[in-house]
Design a protein around this ligand. Structure first.
Ligand code: ADP
Ligand code: MG
Length: 569
């Protein structure tokens, strides 16, 4: 094959592919341009998945008549003059690629009027080539309409998802920008039906109400601008009562630009440590202001990743700000919310009123959540044991009601805190086995275990590789009963770290949790009265008695008020 230079039309389609992957990327680029043009109001209209039509209108600065053709030239931008400017980028755009790329793979109509001129201009392009140019009378601002996206690059269509998925991706782009710019009014309309609109009043909580609804907004907690090492963290995070089954609602903005960064997501998860059940994720909208000199945004054609000069500083600033906000929230809500449980109850005038289907459901869910949040942050009152039920729960009486304690979860919490404290103080006790134990593992398990032997040693195990995927166990932590050793080991080995966090090895914390889960007294075990009392006394000394290490509640609480109320007294 002979080497030939590519035709310009081919080159432009190839590079368009880097910027414009799907309808949502067009929406993103057009929105960013409107924001850069200081628009106060931006409207987004799409038809179908957005392939049919995407229209973005703004009331921003508009484009001077003399420059309007240039916007479709590749690497033409009004936002960057010299190389030095690259060090301090403050606009969302700067590569001058978006409009050229979009125009190469669709039919585009641009109508714009520069605010300092009297008339506007309309351009029509097909395949990136100017077909028509007219003067028009329009208000200041810019409207860009993109029709038949990818009509001339059919292979692209194969990479797209269903119409509804593409539409919701586009919608999510708009909602993210709406959250990043609460001072700008956004409206999203799809197939002529209102998606949502925001008011541009600068209030992030109002934006969240528009985007997620008031149920979510009511459960969001504000991070008041926390500054650390020159990094300002602000935004809203969901209270521990509200969570989702995936991490898609964790949103970061750095200097107004939406960014995806797995490590920042991880910082958030660390901040929620033990407050959420495993497999649950918060809703978070977090804005970071970082001096541009500490960043390199010019890493990725869609600019959705950044490079930090010092990643750790950023990571810590986020974790700390969020953690502090949550702890504060939990300790405050302990008082406020326990009062409101009583109120909700006394407002219902009779049991039958509570019992009406919908109401009852709302009520019990809400109540559960309130109790969880109350308990997860509280110090435990001294309880008097009444007895055990179902060989699984301990019933106890406190100063203001009745408590039901999950014996397994409670014991897990106790063991976990003891273990962690002992590890910190270097006081872990391990026990030598009278007779060393040999375990044979499957090849992949053997590899995992070999990779983590060091950590297990620090945690009180003495295990040695013996060849052929077998191991010799000489000692285990003192809390492990000798009859459970194999089971404990298998459970540790079978644990696959959450690959989404990108942690190839286990953390010590993960190992400790595994061990405690296995060693803790099971549901089904009958406990003597003294054992029950012991368990509660030990739980009282815990720092977080209200939840097990995985975030599940250790106890549920029935206030005297609610009990009286349910008896109609
Ligand atoms: P970039 O945003 O990287 O500069 P684009 O291709 O997105 O590149 O846009 C090229 C230029 O077109 C911008 O620099 C800006 O001057 C102008 N422009 C695009 N959209 C708008 C808009 N909505 N309002 C005003 N000017 C715009
Ligand atoms: Mg741009």
């Amino acid at each position: 094959m002979a080497i030939k230079k590519l035709k310009a039309s081919v080159i432009s389609k190839i590079s368009a592919g880097e910027v414009v992957e799907r309808p949502a990327s067009v929406v993103k680029e057009l929105l960013e341009n409107s924001v850069d043009a200081s628009a106060q109001s931006v409207g987004i209209d799409i038809l179908g998945s957005g392939l049919d039509q995407i229209k973005v209108s703004d009331d921003g600065s508009g484009i001077p008549t003399s420059e309007v053709e240039l916007v479709f030239a590749r690497h033409a931008t009004s936002k960057l003059n010299s190389e030095a400017d690259l060090e301090s980028i403050r606009t969302l755009g700067f590569r001058g690629e978006a409009l050229a790329s979009i125009a190469a793979v669709s039919r585009v109509e641009l109508v714009t009027r520069f605010s300092a001129e009297d008339t506007g201009v309309r351009l029509q392009l097909v395949d990136g080539i100017l077909k028509d140019r007219k003067s028009v009378g329009v208000p200041p601002g810019t409207v860009i309409q993109v029709d038949n996206l990818f009509y001339n690059v059919p292979p692209r269509l194969k990479f797209l998802k269903s119409e509804s998925t593409e539409r919701s991706l586009a919608k999510r782009v708009v909602s993210r920008y709406a959250m990043a710019y609460p001072h700008i009014r956004f409206s999203f309309v799809s197939d002529n039906r209102k998606g949502f609109r925001t008011y541009g009043n600068g209030n992030l909580l109002d934006v969240i109400t528009s985007v997620y609804g008031s149920d979510v907004a009511e459960n969001m907690v504000e991070i008041s601008d926390v500054e650390q090492d020159g990094i300002v963290v602000s935004g809203l995070v969901s209270s521990p009562e509200l969570s989702r089954s995936n991490r898609q609602e964790i949103t970061f903005f750095i200097n107004g630009r939406h960014i995806y960064d797995a490590q920042l997501n991880f910082a958030i998860m660390r901040a929620y440590h033990t407050m959420l059940m495993t497999g649950r994720y918060p809703i978070a909208v977090i804005s970071l202001v970082i001096p541009p000199s500490k960043l390199d945004v010019n890493v990725h054609p869609t600019k959705s990743e950044v490079r930090f000069v010092d990643k750790n500083i950023v990571f810590q600033a986020v974790e700390k700000a969020v953690r502090r906000t949550l702890l504060d929230y939990v300790s405050k809500s302990t008082m406020i919310k326990s009062a409101s449980v009583g109120e909700t109850l006394s407002q219902a005038s009779s049991w039958s009123e509570l019992d009406t289907s919908d109401r009852k459901h709302d009520f019990s869910v809400a109540e559960d959540q309130l109790i969880n949040s109350r308990l997860s942050g509280m110090e435990m009152p001294v309880l008097r044991v009444i007895g055990q039920t179902n060989a699984a729960f301990i019933i106890a009486e406190g100063p203001d009601g009745v408590y039901m304690i999950d014996q397994h979860a409670a014991h897990e919490r106790i063991l976990y805190e003891e273990y962690v404290d002992a590890a910190k103080m270097d006081e872990l006790r391990s026990q030598m086995l009278l007779q060393a134990l040999t375990v044979q593992l499957a090849a992949e398990d053997s590899e995992t275990l070999s990779n983590n032997l060091d950590k297990l040693t620090t945690l009180g195990f003495d295990i040695e590789y013996f060849g052929n995927d077998s191991f010799i166990v000489r000692a285990v932590p003192a809390i492990v009963d000798s009859s459970d050793i194999e089971e404990v080991l298998m459970s540790i080995v079978k644990y696959r770290s959450d690959d989404l966090y990108g942690v190839p090895e286990w953390s010590e914390d993960q190992i400790i949790k595994r061990v405690c889960r296995l060693v803790a007294v099971r549901a089904g075990k009958v406990l003597s009265y003294d054992e029950q009392v012991d368990l509660l006394r030990n739980l009282e000394t815990c720092k977080s008695p209200g939840t097990c290490p995985h975030g599940r509640p250790t106890m549920i609480y029935f206030s005297l008020g609610s009990i009286r109320n349910q008896f109609g007294r």
